[in-house]
Design a protein. Structure first.
Length: 292
């Protein structure tokens, strides 16, 4: 499937009319948002594109080649923004963008283990060099801890039943593939609009990649390193993420102006073209004064 950047027009509108010299893209992916922003803002001198996924960076490198040395690719986590900017000798950025969670590209790469469709190793690491895998979690974590993970990060109502089924299954043999996990989860997880394995896979992915911790740390770091007049835009995909974004980019935060009173979602047209955009929510804020 061709990668389609989510809420592209809405992201561009956040930075429309702004003078952007240095931009930090914390989840570069294949470079879809990046190419549109570089096209719309020829004044950009440095576009710092960061991603944990080396496959994504390789795609972005080809996609963003027309902008030459303006684009600097960084393999790493956006939560490490202070260290990255220090290494790049950048004191502040004019724009900051995060598109949270797993990308369409990663879901489509069956061997990465993000998708419950098909069969692959239970991996789910955005950074292939990360230590923790989904296989490790389902085979080593206690029943109580698994239930907590599925309830807290997947909002799975039948989290205890799912955890119990996993623990019973792993007594017989190690759970190694996505299909094996789906077969265990399917009979006991919540049935409804979503595939019964959806929330369990979401929860595992969040824990493997520390997504919520990274999100909170990353936004806090961005708020300290965005210049006065600069803007932050964050795209999230489920309530756990959106809650963190809303809490950090709140209207009563001194020195900041919220640009999105309510989260901005996709148009009906975009939802039809790209079904994965349906749950996307964009929030944005502008730094109006220094906290010094």
């Amino acid at each position: 499937m061709k990668h389609i950047p989510v809420l592209l027009r809405e992201v561009l509108s956040v930075f429309e009319g702004r003078e952007l010299s240095t931009f930090f893209d914390g989840t570069l992916g294949a470079g879809g948002h990046a190419s549109a922003l570089l096209e719309a803002h020829p004044e950009i001198e440095r576009y710092l594109g960061c991603d944990r996924d080396p496959v994504a960076l390789e795609l972005a490198k080809r996609h963003l080649a027309p902008w030459g040395e303006k684009v600097e690719l960084i393999r790493g986590a956006y939560a490490d923004l202070p260290r990255i900017l220090k290494e790049k000798k950048v004191s502040a950025v004019d724009g900051f963008l995060i598109d949270v969670g797993v990308s369409s590209m990663q879901l489509d790469e069956k061997e990465r283990g993000f998708s419950f469709r098909g069969e692959a190793a239970l991996d789910m690491r955005m950074d292939p060099e990360g230590e923790l895998t989904a296989e490790e979690i389902v085979n080593r974590f206690s029943e109580k801890e698994l239930a907590r993970i599925f309830f807290e990060y997947g909002e799975e109502r039948r989290s205890r039943q799912v955890a119990k089924a996993i623990v019973e299954a792993r007594k017989k043999r190690r759970i190694r593939t996505t299909k094996e996990l789906v077969d265990i989860v399917f009979p006991v997880a919540t049935k409804g609009r979503l595939h019964p394995a959806t929330l369990v896979f979401q929860a595992l992915r969040i824990v493997v990649n520390d997504e919520l911790g990274q999100l909170e740390k990353g936004i806090q770091a961005a708020m300290e390193h965005v210049a006065v007049g600069g803007r932050i835009a964050v795209i999230s995909f489920h309530s756990l993420e959106d809650r963190i974004v809303k809490n950090l980019l709140r209207s009563d935060r001194e020195g900041w102006k919220v640009l999105t009173k309510k989260p901005v979602g996709p148009t009906e047209e975009e939802s039809k073209i790209n079904p994965r955009s349906r749950s996307a929510k964009l929030r944005a804020a502008e730094r109006v004064e220094s906290d010094e």
